[in-house]
Design a protein around this ligand. Structure first.
Ligand code: ADP
Ligand code: MG
Length: 366
């Protein structure tokens, strides 16, 4: 089921009128979520992710705009008739019910022609439980489950009505780091197996990047960029997207272009054909630095951190807009830690220039 948002806007009245009459939680969203894909809604806390999901599920009414499921306008359709499965961060299982009863719960409210026999409900609950691999735990109570198992019960409960759309709002936030990794792989597997169009909300770029077919990067109720994770990472349209994606984060410098050369401080560090003479913001991915004794870019060497596969060369520079600069190099490369400085050559595709006024991307090609 593809989903289309058309000029979708949600304003909430502001309690503190000094901040304006309204908070625009979702500002004129206009994009399509393709059928059968997993889409990550990504952005910092408060950017409107939950509101977007609530609009799609019908729990909130839009101030303006429309929502289509396939060709059907569902904007006025109540949540229970939209065929969506929902999983929240606080998945709140019923503590006095068993796993089986928790999963069956949404089926018990079906009335009229949709009403199911007890056996049919049990059969469907078992099917959903198998999908998330908790079918051996059906008689347990939530308190007898680990956090990851509880979250799977919540997912099974969302799947049991065979929804056309699955909406997951920060479903992994309550899990510890290892379980979070496991469960996100699990969500990906379930989504691929069921092919249910799924929207996955997170503030964690790593999570969104690793499992999504498409990511929607948002800030302050505004969509900044939509694309395949790697495309967005490689071609951020503005400084916010560039800094929000990637760990360690991109290194940002005050810089200028003169005669098609990028200057950071006094050094000409890269050719930038097609860019007019101007001040720019230069952002360099940690993997964009190549150790090079003869390299054009000199940084103050602070320390070297070896972390398994990679070595992080932590540096400083007077033009840096971030506290530290991190260059990721291979562990077998040699950095002379006794020196005060270290020199690099830059990989052009890992360098992004932005207009300091608009923070929009200034493309150049080598
Ligand atoms: P996210 O899920 O990305 O953290 P939300 O969608 O929850 O963000 O919130 C987006 C913005 O809308 C925030 O500024 C939030 O304070 C505001 N907001 C959300 N729900 C309400 C509400 N019911 N009343 C007033 N403001 C709200
Ligand atoms: Mg939220």
């Amino acid at each position: 089921m593809k989903i289309r948002l058309e000029n979708l806007t949600k304003k909430f009245p502001n309690r503190d009128k000094k901040q304006g009459d309204f908070v625009i939680a979702v500002n004129n969203f206009d994009f399509e979520i393709p059928d059968g894909k997993l889409v990550g809604l990504l952005g910092p806390s408060g950017c409107g992710k939950s509101t977007t999901l609530n609009l799609i599920s019908g729990l909130e009414e839009p101030t303006e705009g429309k929502i289509f499921f396939g060709e059907d306008d569902v904007t006025q359709i109540p949540p229970e008739s939209r065929g969506v499965g929902l999983v929240f961060q606080n998945y709140a299982l019923y503590p006095h019910l068993t796993v089986q009863q928790n999963i069956m719960f949404p089926l018990q409210n079906l009335r009229g022609a949709e009403k199911l026999s007890k056996d049919e409900m049990k059969r469907r609950a078992l099917e959903a439980a198998k999908l998330v691999q908790i079918d051996t735990l059906m008689e347990r109570k939530p308190a007898e489950l680990s956090g990851g198992q509880q979250q799977r019960v919540a997912i099974a409960r969302a799947l049991v009505k065979m929804p056309k759309v699955l909406l997951l709002d920060e479903p992994l936030s309550n899990l510890d780091a290892r379980l979070r990794l496991q469960t996100r792989e699990e969500i990906r597997r379930i989504q691929k197996a069921t092919k249910i169009t799924t929207i996955f909300v997170t503030h964690d770029q790593d999570e969104a990047m690793s499992i999504s077919d498409l990511i929607v990067v948002m800030k302050d109720g505004v969509v900044h960029q939509i694309g395949k994770p790697q495309e967005v990472y490689d071609h951020p349209t503005n400084l916010f997207v560039a800094t929000f994606l990637g760990t360690p984060s991109i290194n940002v410098f005050n810089a200028r272009v003169q005669e098609e050369q990028l200057y950071i401080g006094k050094e000409a560090v890269l050719k930038t054909p097609g860019i007019a003479d101007s001040n720019v913001i230069a952002a360099i991915r940690p993997e964009g630095f190549l150790l090079d004794r003869e390299g054009p870019f000199t940084l103050q060497l602070d320390r070297v951190e070896v972390m398994g596969r990679d070595t992080s060369v932590v540096c400083g520079h007077e033009a840096s807009m971030s506290d530290v600069i991190r260059a990721i190099v291979r562990t077998d490369s040699v950095v002379d830690e006794d020196k005060d400085t270290v020199r690099f050559t830059l990989i052009p595709s890992k360098v992004h220039l932005f207009d300091p006024a608009t923070e929009e991307d200034l493309p150049f090609t080598l």
